[in-house]
Design a protein around this ligand. Sequence first.
Ligand code: FSO
Ligand code: SF4
Length: 550
Amino acid sequence: MSMFCNQCEQAAKGTGCEVVGVCGKNPEVAALQDLLLYGLKGLAIYADKARELGAKDETIDLFMIEGLFSTVTNVDFDPVQLAGKLRKCYDSKKKAKALYESAYRGKNGGHAPQITAVQASWVIAGDLDGLVKQGLEHGIKSQHNDTDVLSAIEILIYGLKGMAAYADHAFILGKKDEEVFAFFHKALAATADSSKGLMDFVGLSMECGKMNITVMGMLNEGHVSQYGHPVPTKVPTGTRKNKGILVSGHDIRMIDELLKQTEGKGIDIYTHSEMLPAHAYPGLKQKYPHLYGNFGGAWQDQHKEFPNFPGAIIFNTNCIQRPADSYKDRIFSWGQVGWPGVKHITGWNFNEVIKKALECPDLPDAPGQEIMTGFGHNAVLAVADKVIAGVKAGAIKHFFLIGGCDGAKPGRNYYTELAEQVPNDCVILTLACGKYRFNKLEFGDIGGIPRLLDIGQCNDAFSAVQIALALAGAFNCGVNDLPLSFILSWYEQKAVVILLSLLHLGIKNIKIGPSLPAFITPNVLNFLVENFNLGPITTPEADLKAALAA
Ligand code: FSO
Ligand code: SF4
């Protein structure tokens, strides 16, 4: 069985995974994910048409988000779980079709015009083998013959997948938006419309970037309204003698629920990777003394690090990798995450995880250094006067936003070297899991302002945008005129949508690495260079020199 997937930075040989995914996705799972995307297109076509006639259904809108999120890199590797989602997709498509037809009848009388797109008439196969067989016919390459158009379609689809992840977190916090729901359907339906061309998909990709700012704003509001604005917080990286549960992923509400359910049970809760910023929320840190520390580094080191965490482990979003035998029996998944053989928790009852943690041995007393997080826009803007005075007096020469995802490739050392070489009169803003390359280094401060400011997760990119816009406002200039350089590391589709948001805001001269996306053709790259001066990273020395000269 073969596969083709090129949606993330790890794409084999820089072109695409064809035998098995570098991430661990096998051809069976790849086919099921391809079929899910195909089915979601059929669903989108009907939901979009129904909306045009004024009819909608929130269960359909939500399934679109969950379905797309499930196909993001390192989220759902479980064929049985994916088959369940395919059945739900098929049922939702039927529901959307009925909604369209009855809305049409209600408005115009008579039968609704038949939809001819093949995705709309997909009939689900009866068993797993049949689903895989269907999926093999609908890989990404089958979506367009023209490679440049396909490239633009892929940018849009991966942007939608990334936005779906953020929309899912926002919804879990009770935040939703009608315009966002409608856009998911409209944009995905367009990818099944053969009358659309290259510039239609470029335009929709920019719209996706814009819409994602709304989504990330909702997510931010959800976090802040429930847990308060993040405050700069020192987080221990060692362990203490007690039972422990390690939480990996991005979902803040999920860790809140787990903290509630573990209160007084003699269990400490540790964050892993992108969960680190949970410590900065007053509504968590001040409420739960058993939210103790952060364990390990970025996602790609889980194999090396998890065997050394003797407690229970739970993933609430990406990035899960094949669990080693040494910890497979104490790892759990939640939300859209899945791995065959890993116990999946559905809903909000974490008793099984708690039971497992209590059966596991204690963590050792092993103190470590502390790392800082919690420099969201509220915290940074609270010292804006100091920052602005520092820039005006020449004490702060430049800001570098060195942010994004981490990964396993050796080329990612670039980001450590870059951060180390940033001159002492410059401030580094960071976010997402790429920061583990340098967040244990000592950067000192400039007049009391730390030189390394961790804004939070990739989910907090909204905060980074607010900081940039506020600085531009204070200096009465555009973001592109600020002494601010964006040097990003990307890995999966959430990074794609954040890039689209930055491009929508008109931010130019962004550097991305460690390599350019395999799904961007030379012609599409030329377009991005001509319009945004987007470029690949080169060497830390050359990129620093160019940034400081600009
Ligand atoms: Fe990293 Fe994974 Fe947060 Fe991504 S843990 S790589 S872009 O999922 O989302 O930064
Ligand atoms: Fe390869 Fe990335 Fe696709 Fe996994 S998600 S199969 S690593 S391109």
